[in-house]
Design a protein around this ligand. Structure first.
Ligand SMILES: [Zn+2]
Length: 147
């Protein structure tokens, strides 16, 4: 086994035992929930939005090691970004952090559930605050076509 694979495996185990940005935001501006029934992963993301920036983000719920690790990485990537930057996060931004680019199809939903929840949360927030419907449809489509 290559040492890279070892390091990534260790990171995933670490994140799943000590998830980053785990918890709830009491006075969140938007929250969203989704689940992956195939595995039993179930994730909520809470966000605080200030000045069109994600000033705080936390997730909670339960999931397998890959789901917890990817949720941790995603919240780390997202925190502090503008809404437009957060919308532009792609699956390989998350998968690449943990060496999961070639994950089997059956586990990809575990890895990308949190990104789907994030995009849906952004969609919900924008729906409540913006009037640009064309932009909104695009975001909804993105979330639906993620996997
Ligand atoms: Zn899973």
């Amino acid at each position: 086994m290559s040492s890279n694979a070892d390091i990534y495996h260790e990171m995933i185990v670490d994140y799943s035992r000590n998830p980053v940005n785990y918890g709830e935001i009491e006075n969140h501006d938007v929250t969203f929930h989704d689940s992956n029934p195939l595995c039993g992963d179930s994730i909520d993301i809470d966000m605080k939005i200030d000045d069109n920036h994600v000033s705080d983000i936390k997730f909670h719920g339960k999931g397998c090691a890959i789901c917890m690790a990817c949720s941790s990485v995603l919240t780390e990537i997202t925190k502090g970004k503008s809404i437009d930057e957060a919308r532009a996060i792609e699956k390989n931004d998350v998968l690449g952090e943990l060496g999961l680019e070639h994950l089997q199809a059956v586990r990809i939903k575990c890895a990308l559930l949190s990104l789907k929840v994030l995009k849906s949360a952004l969609y919900t927030y924008m729906g409540n605050h913006l009037k640009d419907n064309e932009d909104l449809d695009k975001l909804k489509e993105e979330a639906a076509n993620l996997y």
